[in-house]
Design a protein around this ligand. Structure first.
Ligand SMILES: Nc1ncnc2c1ncn2[C@@H]1O[C@H](COP(=O)(O)OP(=O)(O)OP(=O)(O)O)[C@@H](O)[C@H]1O
Ligand SMILES: [Mg+2]
Length: 239
């Protein structure tokens, strides 16, 4: 079994304004995601899901613990190398999307290719158009991001995350703005990408039906990570 991601003893604390003791958001978290695998993380609002994804995506560092991505221990890497590894390896679908509203869908999706360098404008546009086609936005290549609906913007963010063919996809509520049919199509794409050998998908969602499509479900609660779904969860989901 190849290992895509390994977290060991990850702890993250935040200093809160007006409070003396720091808040421990992640408390000694360890997990392994095998290559070709997918996991879903569920948990209440404020449980630390986005904090965990930011650490996995090398956008934040833990106070304690290590993150190993595809066999490379990232703990001691300098910021430049972390940024380079992030760009090459990780496709991130942010909860807040982080899109540039003045750009066209095509320009927005092509941004990660600019950082990569070495491709002509024409080739970058071709790849962006292809990625947009895969999320059902072939007709909206030239629309400004600000003119797109919430769900269309979410799909632009997904196309951008996939454009560099990432080995690790981190998706924070990637279908929150989508109807069930479109959500299922987009998730088919993310799961299919992750299943390719040696890749992985880590999905954060409040949707338990969607979470069950992953190989494994974890619950974050009071800083700890548990295997499986919470006992008290109302079920089945009526979505
Ligand atoms: N930079 C920060 N400084 C201080 N506190 C923070 C910071 N980032 C997150 N927190 C706190 O950490 C906790 C976890 O936040 P996080 O965004 O990870 O939650 P979440 O599980 O993603 O919630 P949601 O489902 O609402 O998106 C929250 O209480 C939040 O206020
Ligand atoms: Mg969050």
């Amino acid at each position: 079994m190849t290992v895509a991601v390994e977290l060991s003893g990850v702890t993250r604390r935040f200093k809160l304004r007006g409070r003396k003791d720091p808040l421990t958001v992640l408390d000694d978290i360890s997990m392994v995601v095998p290559g070709g695998g997918s996991i879903a993380i569920v948990g209440l609002s404020g449980a630390g899901k986005s904090t965990l994804l930011n650490i996995l995506g090398l956008l934040d560092r833990p106070d304690e613990g290590t993150i190993t991505l595809f066999g490379k221990d990232t703990t001691a890497l300098p910021e430049r190398e972390r940024a380079s590894l992030r760009g090459k390896t990780i496709g991130f679908v942010f909860q807040q999307l982080n899109l540039l509203s003045g750009r066209s869908a095509r320009q927005q999706v092509a941004v990660p290719l600019l950082y990569e360098g070495g491709r002509s404008l024409r080739r970058r546009n071709e790849l962006a158009d292809e990625a947009l086609r895969r999320v059902g936005l072939a007709e909206r290549l030239h629309s400004k991001v600000s003119e797109l609906s919430g769900g269309e913007q979410q799909r632009v963010a997904i196309a951008r995350a996939l454009i560099r063919d990432p080995r690790l996809i981190l998706a924070d509520e990637p279908t929150g703005a989508l109807d069930p049919v479109t959500a299922a199509q987009v998730m088919d794409l993310l799961f299919a990408t992750a299943r390719e050998d040696g890749r992985a998908l880590i999905l954060v969602t409040h949707d338990h039906v969607l979470a069950r499509r992953a190989d494994r479900v974890y619950t974050l609660d009071a800083g700890r990570l548990y295997t499986g779904r919470p006992e008290a969860e109302p079920e089945p989901s009526r979505k």
